[in-house]
Write a protein that binds this ligand. Sequence first.
Ligand code: VGL
Ligand code: ZN
Length: 208
Amino acid sequence: MNSALLLIDLQKDFCPGGALAVENGDAVIEIANEAMAIAHRNGVAVVASQDWHPLNHRSFAVNSGTQPGTLGELEGLPQVWWPVHCVQQQSGADFHSALNKQLIDQIFRKGQNPDIDSYSAFFDNGHRSQTELHAWLQAKSIQNLTVMGLATDYCVKFSVLDALELGYNTCVIVEGCRGVNLHAEDSQQALMQMQEAGAQLITLEEFK
Ligand code: VGL
Ligand code: ZN
């Protein structure tokens, strides 16, 4: 059955030194490179999402008159206010320099609409519009997804929950994920939530 590896937001701004750095976020880059090499050996497609915001994005605390890391509401949806991150054309939005980008078959950008956040690689947070990812996978009859990346408690979680809802058989490479953890347990809880929704939590070794 056709399969794809989905790499979530392996961008500079989510790695140490970046605007929305995830603790040890850069540790997953070598896992991603290994996973991509395995995928290529096994005829598994490789796709990657890229958080890609306009400078006026309203999820940025500075654009909403709020403090980063606090909670509010945007377009009727709960919203964590973020530092300015992954701005289109700026270096923080680039993939990590150590990522082996040649092995990516297709990139899907998200978060361009300034009025709504988009954690999932499939849909915005209100499920009002979608990226081309689902159509691309469907065109290739891909039904199995293996997901890893940044951040466990936001973009990985929402991508996995949407993938399951869309009917994909979905695995998560746990060591390939790191979380923001505004609360210490957030990543652990996110993994449990993904598992309860039907995702299979695996190791890189099991992906081989
Ligand atoms: C993400 C917060 C804001 C992520 C993106 O990639 O998990 N988190 N934008
Ligand atoms: Zn973002």
